[in-house]
Design a protein around this ligand. Structure first.
Ligand SMILES: [Zn+2]
Length: 214
C-alpha cells in the first residue's frame, strides 16, 4: 500500500483534493465548519486508477472482516459501495456482497453484519440518523468505511472507521479557523449554501463562501 502522502500528491494533481479556505455546508444549505481542503469525489470517480486504488485501500483495511452487506446513508456513496463490494467479492468469492442505499432501497431485516459506507465522513450526522432509523432491523454494525474523513479518532459512535486515506481533512468552527483569523476570504462557492450566503452575507460586504455538505 502506498503511503498517504504519495496518494494525496496524486489526489491533488487530479484535482480531487483542492486546497484553499472553504466553508462547508451543514447539510441544510447553511454554512458550517471551515476547512483547508475541499474534496471532489466526482473527480476521483473520473480518475479510475486512483479511485480503484482508494477502494482497494478500504478493502485491505477491512481485512477479513465478515460483512453481509454494505449500507450507504444516501445514494451519493452507492457507487463506491458497489465498487467495494466487487473488490470483496473477488477475495471472498460467493455469496456476493450486496450494497444498498438506505435512501432508495428496501432494507431487508436482520440479522446481518452490516458495514456502513459514506464517501466523505464528516460529523457523521447522516450515519447517526441512519443508525437511529434502522436500529430495529437487528443488524450488527461492524464498522464505517469512507474514502476520506474529517474527524480525528479511529471510531465513530463506537464503530471502527476504515478510511481509504487516513489523513484527516480537518474541519473547524469559524472562530477556530486560522484563515478567518488572518482575514482571508473564502476560496469558492459550492453547492447548496450558495443562495443562502448570497442573500445573507453579500449585503454585509463579505465574499460568498464555499459550501458543500461534504
Ligand atoms: Zn475560515
Amino acid at each position: 500500500m502506498r503511503t498517504d502522502s504519495q496518494i494525496i500528491t496524486d489526489l491533488m494533481a487530479a484535482g480531487v483534493v483542492e486546497t484553499g479556505h472553504f466553508v462547508l455546508g451543514d447539510g441544510y444549505g447553511n454554512p458550517g465548519l471551515h476547512a483547508s481542503e475541499y474534496i471532489h469525489v466526482d473527480r476521483l470517480q473520473d480518475s479510475l486508477p486512483l479511485y480503484s486504488e482508494c477502494v482497494q485501500r478500504i478493502d485491505e483495511r477491512l481485512g477479513d472482516l465478515g460483512i453481509d452487506f454494505i449500507l450507504t446513508p444516501d445514494d451519493t456513496s452507492k457507487a463506491t459501495a458497489r465498487f467495494l463490494a466487487r473488490y470483496r467479492a473477488t477475495r471472498f468469492r460467493l455469496p456476493k456482497l450486496e450494497y444498498v442505499s438506505a435512501e432508495s432501497d428496501t432494507l431487508r431485516p436482520g440479522p446481518a453484519r452490516v458495514l456502513i459506507h459514506d464517501d466523505v465522513l464528516h460529523a457523521g450526522r447522516m450515519v447517526h440518523e441512519l443508525l437511529w432509523r434502522i436500529y430495529k432491523n437487528r443488524y450488527e454494525f461492524v464498522g464505517i468505511s469512507c474514502l476520506f474523513h474529517r474527524n480525528e479518532g479511529e471510531t465513530m459512535f463506537g464503530l471502527p472507521v476504515f478510511p481509504a486515506v487516513q489523513t484527516v481533512f480537518k474541519a473547524v468552527h469559524a472562530e477556530q479557523c486560522p484563515d478567518c483569523t488572518r482575514g482571508l476570504p473564502s476560496t469558492r462557492q459550492y453547492g447548496l449554501a450558495e443562495r443562502t450566503l448570497r442573500e445573507s452575507w453579500v449585503d454585509e460586504n463579505l465574499l460568498p463562501v464555499a459550501d458543500t455538505t461534504r
